[in-house]
Design a protein around this ligand. Sequence first.
Ligand SMILES: [Zn+2]
Length: 89
Amino acid sequence: MPKRKMILKTPRYGFTLRRVWSEIVAKARAKYECPRCKKIAVRRVSAGVWKCRRCGLVMAGGAYEPLTQMGKKIVALYPPKDRMIEYPR
Ligand SMILES: [Zn+2]
């Protein structure tokens, strides 16, 4: 049996769709700063689930980026000290 080719799952037909897709995938695959250990080590586990590969913190976030535009507004309205968010070890 021949080796299986790796199939890239990109949208077909249309430059705009491909561009939007590549922007979203780049965001989803990037590493982000961990709010607990401040290292650039947070990666996407699945839709809305983000995990730090250094300290193991698992947190909820946006589907394709940890802090969405709406999330930033919420953080601006209610700073973390008001929300009493703690990141236990
Ligand atoms: Zn961390």
